[in-house]
Design a protein around this ligand. Structure first.
Ligand code: ZN
Length: 135
């Protein structure tokens, strides 16, 4: 795996949290994007080589809403950049890691993504992401 691509935080409200993180990180949010299939609205900030992603649920039954009900707002997942997501999935599967989705899907910020299951990664939700060719 390459660098940490981004760290994602679950928040109740992007409207409230974007100004907070702009102040905290000293940089403007450069992108917001809704991913209907994942029931999330996202906001991105650049922090050097990596990014911070904020996630707000689109509905009360979305995964982020459920996460916040259970854990409160906070750290949600860490994403690692990979060159070839299919190869990484095959490598990790062969090593016994479990996946939430082992068929990559299209995520925010022009990425192919998949999630490892926290039960096989010490409770940490880990995302793999591969840059897609610019549309
Ligand atoms: Zn992510």
């Amino acid at each position: 795996m390459n660098k940490i691509e981004h760290i994602a935080f679950a928040v109740n409200s992007l409207e409230a949290s974007i100004p907070l993180f702009e102040k905290l990180l000293g940089t403007a949010c450069y992108k917001t994007e809704t991913v209907e299939s994942e029931k999330v609205s996202t906001a991105f900030f650049k922090t050097g080589e990596s990014k911070v992603e904020l996630l707000e649920s689109l509905g009360k039954d979305g995964v982020i809403a459920k996460f916040i009900q259970k854990n409160g707002e906070g750290m949600h997942h860490v994403a690692f950049a990979v060159e070839n997501i299919e190869e990484e999935i095959a490598r990790l599967k062969a090593d016994g890691f479990a996946f939430v989705n082992e068929v990559p899907k299209i995520g925010a910020d022009n990425k192919l993504i998949c999630f490892l299951h926290p039960k096989s990664t010490n409770g940490i939700l880990i995302e793999l992401c591969q840059e897609r060719p610019q549309p």
